[in-house]
Structures are given as structure tokens and as C-alpha cells.
Design a protein. Sequence first.
Length: 682
Amino acid sequence: MPPVAPHHPHLLAPLDLGHVTLRNRVVMGSMHTGLEDRRRDAGRLAAYFAERARGGAGLIVTGGYAPNRSGWLLPLGGRMSASAVRHHRRITDAVHAEGGRIALQLLHAGRYAYHPLSVSASDVPSPITPFRPRALSGWGVERTIDDFAAAATHARDAGYDGVEIMGSEGYLVNQFLAPRTNRRTDAWGGTPERRRRLAVEIVRRTRDAVGPDFVVVYRLSLLDLVPDGQRWDEVVALAREVEAAGASIISSGIGWHESRVPTIVTSVPRGAFTWATAKLRPHVGIPVVAANRVNGPAQADAILARGDADLVSMARPFLADPEWIRKAEQGRDDEINTCIACNQACLDRAFANRTVSCLVNPRAAHETELTIAPATTPRRIAVVGAGPAGLACATTLAERGHAVDLFEAGDAIGGQFRLAMRVPGKEEFAETLRYFGRRIETTGVALHLDHAVDVATLRAGAFDAIVVATGVRPRVPAIDGIDHPRVLGYREVLEGARVGGSVAIIGAGGIGFDVAEFLTTTASSTLDADAWRREWGVTDTEHQRGAIVAPERPPVARRVHLLQRRTGRLGAGLARTSGWVHRASLRRHGVEMVAGVAYDRIDDDGLHVTVDGRPRTLAVDHVVVCAGQESRRDLVAPLRAAGPEATDGTGPGVHVIGGADVAAELDAQRAIDQGVRLAARL
Ligand code: FAD
Ligand code: NAP
Ligand code: SF4
């Protein structure tokens, strides 16, 4: 009997798969990092996976590799072929050296391919890619199955412990399973049994090709979340058939990429879909994996303790913290750098064809380039401002061995992030401040709250280097009547100022959208999974194909007008993977979005604007200003005038990071990245 783990005993229990034992129940789920596509990145990828294996991940699944050219996500994308075996050896050797296990994901993009070789079950175009797919011929289907099996043998030859066959998220295999995309009447469509044949044959021929001592994970779409998706009886039948065909594990997939239901963004309640995994589990004899919006050890352990699943898959949490498992094992949960599900540095970058990273951990997928080594010359360093930039910089400096004083004008750490975490659907952001709070303790940063430092204090401290991370102050636009009592700033509103029943918001950037959400929401549905499901129209698949119904309108707290001067769609600049969720949510909350606005004046009657040449008065109780920010850098010039200026950015002097450096297009991703990179150099 292996010893029972004192912390999170269900999560950290080993899992015996017969020929191999996983050291715990945690799967590091597949994530495209952008390093899969070029063989010269194999070393970087090996370092990235090795760090996660060292941190204790039970089974790592790589990003998706196509079994053939038509399956590429992008032209010349990652593909598993005989010639790739040598490069993959670097990855598998690195993971095995750390005692880890790793499976290669085989993903055929089908009609989600971003190239003209795109194929699918039928020639039904996808709403999210420009290339109309060609319907595979019967011979083409047979060849595709053989390509999956051949790619799996190459993976085995490269030293992988298994493969994951991507059967969900709306990729090729999923396209064959659903009537939405499979209009065939031959041996591969027309009835549920025939639609399932591709998936089952891929598993069968893969198992035949790789033999019994190899893990075959099948990623199964439990909820398609699109019209004309699969029905529950079809999902269960598929699970049983892939088990019989030789799958070792069934991993949960939720929602197609084209679905209009969010599945992983931060406003999705934690563990919102584990009920579907629990519903499947009694129907199969092999282990099942729960996934989506799982990010903490206690939550993951509870999923297993309830019997909802045998394993838990987390992908982004391992970008945020490669030592997630190690810390959970040692009862150091409060030291975990929690993934806040923002998608900003991972998925949004992946969709822009850039190498991914992580907002809260800029080293993710950049391990070989951004190293945190002990300081050669320990120094006394002052960091001014405990927003994301200052927190990241101060704690990294202290980790390297510098003596760090962190000064914060407010009575708590966090800067603007303290406001962000008050927005309904952004509650997770508090985790980042919990993490930094604990890291201040563990690294020994001397934190001085309620200390609005000035130049004289800093000079008197005789520091070797000073980092100015004083952030931003809200811009006050030059509008007639801007000092009227009915005008409020976003900070006052988010900090709890009394706001009337009708509001006009000036500025529709990220903060304008967040404030509109804050003002119209009665209770955060992120914290109430049932309310969230009703709001997004998610139902049981028992009788409803695809598991979606018409969304319910949530109760609305206020009437809000969201305004911008630019013409064109509001929110066009919001992030690719989350912007549509914000826009849909505000539409559902009845927010009136108006572009091309000229602000005339604010007076006792409300806000007077001109839109399309026509004057209009918005008779609102309050006008809330969300018109961007300006850098707060009052300290910079006097400090630089007084002391030695940093010449090469690596030594003593005055350094400026985050919003204090540049306010335009500032976000926490840039603030933290700048903070860590400066600290790694000093
Ligand atoms: P700040 O956060 O402004 O921190 C500066 C700190 O310096 C403050 O705590 C301030 O009190 C302190 N300070 C200033 N002067 C002094 C002094 N003289 N002495 C001592 N201390 C001083 N970003 C994202 O990436 N994703 C999001 O989803 C997101 N949502 C947001 C939602 C809202 C509602 C808001 C307001 C912001 C959001 N942001 C988001 C933006 C993000 O919070 C900022 O980009 C980030 O906080 C900037 O970090 P910073 O450290 O440069 O500055
Ligand atoms: P922003 O995105 O730059 O938006 C500022 C808004 O104010 C724009 O709509 C702009 O539109 C308007 N504006 C600018 N100057 C104005 C003026 N003089 N008078 C009237 N309106 C003016 O900035 P933000 O909303 O303050 O957000 C700050 C940063 O936080 C952003 O860069 C963003 O990255 C980050 N953030 C991110 C998220 C997220 O979900 N990822 C959420 C919140 C914040 P017009 O000029 O067209 O009127
Ligand atoms: Fe999580 Fe955001 Fe980091 Fe992506 S960028 S891993 S969503 S914290």
C-alpha cells in the first residue's frame, strides 16, 4: 500500500493503469504553446515540460500535433511524423529524467484548419475560419485513421508514454460525431452509430498499432454546446465504444471553439462542468478526467472525493505555477501562483500565433530565456508602489537575494488590481494578491503600507537602486461640467460610492466594460453555477442536442449607457477569447452601447452629447468617467536629477516600470512582465 498523502489525499494518490502507475491524479492538460511548430524550439519545449515534471505533474499532455498535413491547425504546423521522432526525444528524455510521464496529443483540425487543405465530414464551413473544408472521401477517411495510428507509433518511438486522441472542442473527430457538421449518408454518417465510427476506429487502430503497454487517452466531447451537437445517449454510447476499442482513459472536453457559451474564461464558475463528467463516470470502467475551471488543490481534491472523476486535468494552472503539485503536497497551497483564467498571455497569444506565456508568470514557456539566478552583488533596493508591477519586481528581487523595501501609499497591496477583483466575474484576481502577499513574507521583502514616499525619503534611504512602480491615475477629460456632483470616477464607483438607477459611462475600454458589468449586475453568477448556466443557456444533454437552450435574461440593477467617441463596434479592442463574453454579457444586461459620441456638457439635466450630428440628453443620475489613464511619474525626474542614472538598466539608478513607465495600452501582463524582467537583471 503506498502511503496516504497527508494533504489532498484523493488528488495525490497514485493511479495504477496496469502497465504504468501515475504518481498522482493530476493531468497537465494539452495547451498549444507555439513552440510545437518549429523543430528548433524542441529545446525550449523540453525545458518547459521538464520544469512541470519536476514540479510533480502526474501525466503531461503536449500541445496538439497533426497526424497528417490536412490536419494542421496552421500551414506547416506541428505534425507527428517519422522524421520528427529525434526532436521529440529531447522532450520525452527531459520529462522522464524528472520522473514524469508524458503523452502526445494527436489533433486533426478538420474545418478549424487555417489553410486551404482543410477537410471535414461534410463541406460545412466553420464560423471561425475562412477556408471551406472539403468533405473527405471514404478512402480519405480510411487514410486519416491510418495516419492517426501511424502518428501514435511515431510518438511511442519518440519515448512518449501515451497519446491523447483529440475528439472534442469541435475538431475533426468531433465534426464527424455531430449532425451539425456530418451530413454524410455513407458508412461514416447518417446514423449516430455511423457518425461514431471514425472516433472508434481511430482508437481501435491506434491500440492495435501501439500494443497494450501504452496509454491511449480519448478526449471526449461531453457537451458540444452548439446547436445540433450530440445527445447524451450518443455521448455515453461513444464512451463505451472507445473503451471497448482500447482507450485507457477518457478525458472530458467541453464546448466547441465556435460555441457561444464561454467554457474557461474567468467569469465561468469554478468546476462549472464537472457534473457532466460525474454523469458519465458510472457508464464506463476506465478512469475519467474532469476538466475546465479547476485551479486549486482543495477544489480538485473535492472533485475526486465526491466521486465525480478519477483524475483532474488542469492546463493553464501549470503555466501559472510549474510547482503547483509540489506546493500542494507540502501543504503550501497559499504559495500557489493561481491561474486567474484571464487568457491574456496564453490563449490570446496562441490565437495571434505568438509563443504563449502567463500573465502571472512571465517565465512560462520562456524558461530558457528568462532565468532568475541569485544576485552576484546583493544590493539595497527600494520599490515604490505595490501594484502588479511593483509586487512582481520586489518579490523577484528579494528571491534573488537583494534587500528590498517596498513602499505603498495605500493600506493594502494590489494597486488597480484591487479594483479589478471587485468586478463581477473577476473574483479570481484576488488570488494573485493572496499569492503576492504570501510571497512578500516568504522572500523577506520589507513592506511599508500607508507610506506615500517622496523624493526626500528615498534620498535619505541611500538605496543602491530605486524602482518607480507608481502606476497610473485616471484621466480627467476636458468636458464642460466634469466637476459636476453627478460625475464619479471609476475608482470611487468600484470602491462603493452610491450610484443612482441610471448611468452614463464615458469611455468603453476594458475598464468601461468592467464598470458597466459592475453597475448592471445584481449578484455575480460566477459564484452561483446554476444562475450562470441559466444565463448562458447551458442545460443537460439528456434531451437537448448540444446541451444548449435559449439563455435567460438576468435581473438588471441599473440602466446604463456605455459611450465612446470612436465610431465602430464597442469593445472591438477587447481580447479575442474573452471580449465576446463581455459584449454578450452587457447586451444581456440591457446596456445601451453608443459609438461616435461627442461629449457636449454635464449639468443638472444629465449628460449632453451629439451622436451622428444630433444632440441628445442622457437624463442620468450619474456620469462615470472611464476615459483611460495617465502615468504617475512625479518622482522620476527629481530622483534622476539627484542620483546616478541607470545607464544599461542592470545596475544602480532609477528604473521605471508598469503604468508609471507607459500608461497607454497598459495591462497587468505588461506590468508584471516588466517587473520580473527588471528584477532578473538588477
Ligand atoms: P498600479 O496598479 O496603478 O499600482 C501602482 C501603485 O503605486 C498603487 O498601489 C499606488 O497606491 C502606489 N503608489 C503611487 N504613488 C506612490 C508613492 N508615491 N508612494 C508609494 N506608493 C505609491 N489588467 C489586466 O491585465 N487584465 C484585466 O482584466 C484588468 N482589469 C482591470 C479592471 C479594472 C476595473 C481596473 C481598474 C484595472 C484593470 N486592469 C486589468 C489593469 C491593471 O490593474 C493595471 O494595468 C495594473 O494594475 C498596473 O499595474 P502597476 O503596478 O503599473 O500600477
Ligand atoms: P482604454 O482601454 O485605453 O480605454 C479608454 C477609453 O476612454 C476608450 O474607450 C477611449 O475611447 C476613451 N477616452 C480616452 N480619452 C478620452 C477623453 N479624453 N475623453 C473621453 N473619452 C476618452 O483604457 P481603460 O479602459 O482605462 O483600461 C486601462 C487598461 O486596463 C487597458 O489598457 C486594458 O488593457 C486594461 N484592462 C484590461 C481588461 C481586460 O479584460 N483584459 C479589463 C480592464 C482593463 P474614445 O477615445 O473612442 O472615446
Ligand atoms: Fe491563467 Fe491568465 Fe496565466 Fe493564462 S495568462 S495561464 S489564463 S493566469
